[in-house]
Write a protein that binds this ligand. Structure first.
Ligand SMILES: Nc1nc2c(ncn2[C@@H]2O[C@H](COP(=O)(O)OP(=O)(O)OP(=O)(O)O)[C@@H](O)[C@H]2O)c(=O)[nH]1
Length: 306
């Protein structure tokens, strides 16, 4: 039986620079694709809660948008999300990617993360040096030593989120900083975000994967209708109607492609993933809309949930 004396449960925020592997780590920890992963940076725009369970603890992970210099209002809203998420956390996972050059990791970023973000919040910090598959054992040790000596986190460990190396040790490292409490969520629950959120994230992922240059960054995905009808009538598929919002007409043409071919290809890939995620058939309708400069407009950002 779980009692507050034997069980711990709390919030762990995952922070780091864009492309550090935060989403990959979250998906690996939960053994499920909850957060979108692409080789491009800044794919994560909103906070995603993933819930990890074992016999001794429940860790509610909060993924955050990557920390970077804000270029417009959307970036500022993303950084605001990161700041708010840090405040909610009992413990912080600071994800620092290893790099294969003379520095082993980005020292300048790590200094910025600690000095401008983490020291102000005064939360316990576990440093995770991710992408350690890119470094030798010796280099990993050197990097961890340099990090520990400079910023004195509660703990520092090297993992590879991509390959799953030492990811299980992270939960052990976090446990001492979680309050003793009963689980807040039932065991079968992997996230508090609704299905429609994951559906829009799947479309965003496909856009990031298929289109180049500024297109993914100028795009927002809005679910206009999510009609769950398959469960009641198995001859029907669930209907998902969705708008892809871009900033310019030229972007709309690129998204649609010649005779609709690009949109069709992207829609097919998204629908296949959605069906796998939801475990039921989906009819997906996509519309492309132009909303000039949506990333700079407060009202529109708000209506998109930022
Ligand atoms: N070699 C290596 N690559 C990794 C590892 N973890 C993540 N990656 C890659 O790094 C890229 C970025 O991963 P994400 O998980 O999307 O990174 P993120 O920090 O969530 O990115 P943002 O959405 O920009 O905040 C992807 O191409 C991943 O496959 C790792 O342990 N080793």
């Amino acid at each position: 039986m779980t009692t507050p004396q034997t069980f711990c449960c709390g919030y762990a925020a995952i922070v780091g620079p864009p492309n550090a592997g935060k989403s990959t780590l979250l998906n690996r920890l939960l053994d499920q694709k909850l957060s979108i992963v692409t080789p491009k940076s800044q794919t994560t725009r909103k906070k995603i809660t993933g819930i990890y369970h074992n016999e001794e603890c429940q860790v509610i992970f909060l993924d955050t948008p990557g920390i970077m210099d804000p270029a417009h209002l959307l970036h500022e809203a993303m950084l605001h999300t990161t700041r708010e998420t840090l405040r909610e956390a009992d413990v912080v996972v600071a994800l620092i990617p290893a790099v294969r050059n003379d520095e082993l990791f980005d020292r300048e970023f790590a200094a910025h993360l600690f000095e401008e973000w983490l020291q102000k919040e005064k939360k316990p910090v576990v440093i995770v040096l991710n992408k350690c598959d890119m470094l030798s054992k010796q280099e990993q040790k050197e990097a961890l030593r340099a990090i520990s000596e400079t910023w004195k986190p509660e703990k520092a460990l090297a993992v590879s989120a991509l390959h799953g190396t030492r990811v299980d040790r992270l939960v052990e490292a976090l446990k001492p900083y979680l309050p003793m409490d009963v689980p807040l969520y039932p065991e079968e629950m992997l996230s508090t975000a609704p299905e429609r959120f994951f559906v829009s994230e799947i479309i965003r992922e496909k856009i990031f994967l298929q289109y180049g240059k500024e297109i993914p960054y100028s795009t927002e995905v809005v679910i206009d209708e999510f009609r769950e009808q398959h469960e009641e009538d198995p001859s029907q598929k669930d209907l998902i109607r969705c708008s892809i919002v871009v900033e310019r007409e030229t972007q709309k043409h690129i998204i649609i492609g010649r005779k609709g071919s690009a949109l069709k290809k992207m829609g097919r890939a998204a629908r296949e993933d959605m069906e796998e995620f939801l475990g039921r058939p989906v009819f997906l309708e996509l519309f492309v809309k132009v909303r000039p400069n949506w990333r700079k407009k407060k009202g529109l950002l708000k209506s998109y949930g930022y």
